[in-house]
Write a protein that binds this ligand. Structure first.
Ligand code: BES
Ligand code: MN
Ligand code: ZN
Length: 501
């Protein structure tokens, strides 16, 4: 089976640009660029850039490109491409990531294996942050998910990326970015896998191998163990499937980390969501193989945090089951008792994510997580609210939500907070159990988060609903169709920051 991606070799050199051995030289350009910063490159292409700008053939709007052969003497490379970032004021981490990925997809189409990025346009970032994002983006863009074709189309990956920059510590930052990009790609591979290849047992094994890096310990709980732990919500969801559920716990506890705070990352790992007895319509159901994206996200983030040796304690808890309508399946109206002791009336078996997360959140708190974040493809209602552009953010107290928003901003990922007003809690009332799992259509993303809140304890907790953002339906120049790997970067940035008290 072919690999889905290759990690390019990274080089950071201070220049001069003409001396760089590459098959394609990429020059980033702001819409409001200063002509003198690109003069050298315009000269290299014999004035083709200024001519194209003057003719309006190249309008340097965001992510527009202009390629030309290098005609100037003394250049090692034969072709140059200018990639616009739009107005400089918009050129933050997300824009640089997309610019780099756009350039890589162009290089791969043209079968150019060695790409040089000339770091002449700062946007509104500092050099270190920019080079970190570039290291990530070059790696993420070197991905081809079509690994199950028996006659694969010819595949082409970058071998080398050279960043031309005089920034101090540039190679370290590019390498850090590449670690994140590698983690993102490993999550995308898992998320893209179909439900017949990835069941809870194999998800747990593959997640364990991803988490098996220096300083990380991993445990997997099988169905018997889950029984003795009282994980009735996770077991209940798994009951309709011949494939037993699993829980995975990974801990990264470096000696230099503060001992009074532990980041707890909790992921939804439904390897396929048919809806169970409350079965989903056939149309589009195949997408439900990505219902373990939250699980892949938290494991990949823990892997990156450990490889980066960040001085922070992290535990990842993944709850995994296959939501199937088998003969032993959960039925609407059934009552489950979770590990926390709370009972839940399951009026809709398709609201399964909140059930398995209930047990996982509670358990993460039990094993010492002080600051919780869960990541889940939780609700279609979140897609209705925010579309496929923005991840839903919920949580309490506000400084913790703000910390996550700030981490997402630094990572260049879009999140937007939705409310958790007490009034919404009414909808979760059941006549005969402590709670109802599916309170109906209004504010569906919020009521799902309200349900989770009941299991998260009293400390800081946040929930990221990636139902809309985990999967790209449409290919873009910077991202193919399929799993996106979103939120991993945000969690790594969170690991870099001090946890608020
Ligand atoms: N995994 C789905 C949410 C989902 C839907 C993700 C579409 C991505 C795309 C989740 O388990 C689910 O089925 N949620 C239900 C909840 C409802 C029954 C309260 C939903 O959103 O319809
Ligand atoms: Mn469901
Ligand atoms: Zn689901």
């Amino acid at each position: 089976m072919p690999v889905a991606y290759e990690v390019p070799r990274l080089h950071v050199v201070s220049g001069p640009p003409p001396s760089v051995e590459a098959d394609l030289v990429v020059v980033p350009l702001a819409e409001d660029h200063v002509t003198s910063t690109v003069a050298e490159f315009d000269a290299a292409v014999g004035g083709a850039l200024s001519a194209a700008l003057a003719r309006g053939e190249f309008t340097p709007k965001s992510l527009e490109t202009f390629g030309a052969p290098i005609v100037g003497s003394g250049w090692a490379a034969s072709r140059m491409v200018f990639v616009s970032g739009g107005p400089r004021g918009e050129m933050g981490p997300e824009r640089f990531r997309r610019m780099a990925a756009t350039a890589v997809s162009m290089a791969r189409q043209q079968r150019r294996a060695r790409v040089a990025w000339v770091d002449v346009e700062p946007g509104h970032m500092d050099a270190a942050g920019r080079i970190d994002i570039l290291g990530e983006a070059f790696t993420v863009a070197n991905f081809d998910g079509a690994i199950h074709k028996s006659r694969p189309e010819p595949r082409f990956f970058l071998s080398d990326v050279t960043v031309v920059s005089a920034a101090a510590g540039g190679l370290d930052r590019a390498t850090a970015g590449r670690i994140v990009g590698d983690a993102v790609n490993s999550a995308r591979v898992l998320i893209n896998e179909p439900g017949n290849f990835l069941v809870p047992r194999t998800l747990a094994e593959k997640a364990a191998s991803l988490a098996s890096v220096d300083g990380v310990s991993v445990e997997i709980f099988d169905e018997r163990r889950l029984e003795t732990m009282g994980m009735g919500l996770l077991l209940g969801v798994g009951r309709g499937s011949a494939e037993p559920p699993r829980m995975l716990v990974a801990r990264y506890e470096p000696a230099d980390a503060p001992t009074d705070a532990t980041l707890g990352l909790v992921g939804k790992g439904i390897t396929f969501d048919t809806g169970g007895i409350s079965i989903k319509p056939a149309e589009g159901m195949e997408r439900m193989k990505d219902d373990m994206a939250g699980a892949a996200t938290v494991v990949a983030a823990l892997r990156a945090i450990a490889l980066l040796r960040l001085p922070v304690r992290v535990v990842a808890v993944v709850a995994s089951a296959e939501n199937m309508p088998g003969s032993r399946a959960l039925k609407p109206g059934d009552i489950l008792r979770g590990a926390s002791g709370l009972t839940v009336e399951v009026n809709n078996t398709d609201a399964e994510g909140r059930l398995i997360l209930g047990d996982a959140l509670w358990y993460a708190r039990q094993i010492g997580a002080t600051h919780l974040v869960d990541v889940a493809t939780l609700t279609g209602a979140c897609i209705v609210a925010l579309g496929k552009i923005t991840t839903g953010l919920f949580g309490t107290p506000q400084p913790w939500v703000d910390a996550i928003r700030a981490a997402a901003d630094r990572g260049g990922e879009k999140v937007w907070q939705l409310p958790l007003f007490d009034e919404y809690k009414e909808t979760l009332k059941s006549d005969i159990a402590d709670m109802l799992n599916s309170p109906g259509r209004p504010a569906g993303a919020v009521t799902a988060a309200m349900f989770l809140k009941e299991f998260a304890g009293t400390g800081p907790w946040a929930h990221l609903d990636i139902a809309g953002t985990a999967w790209a339906d449409e290919a873009k120049a910077w991202m193919p169709r399929g799993a996106t790997g979103t939120i991993i970067r945000t969690l790594v940035e969170l690991g870099r920051a001090a946890l608020p008290r």
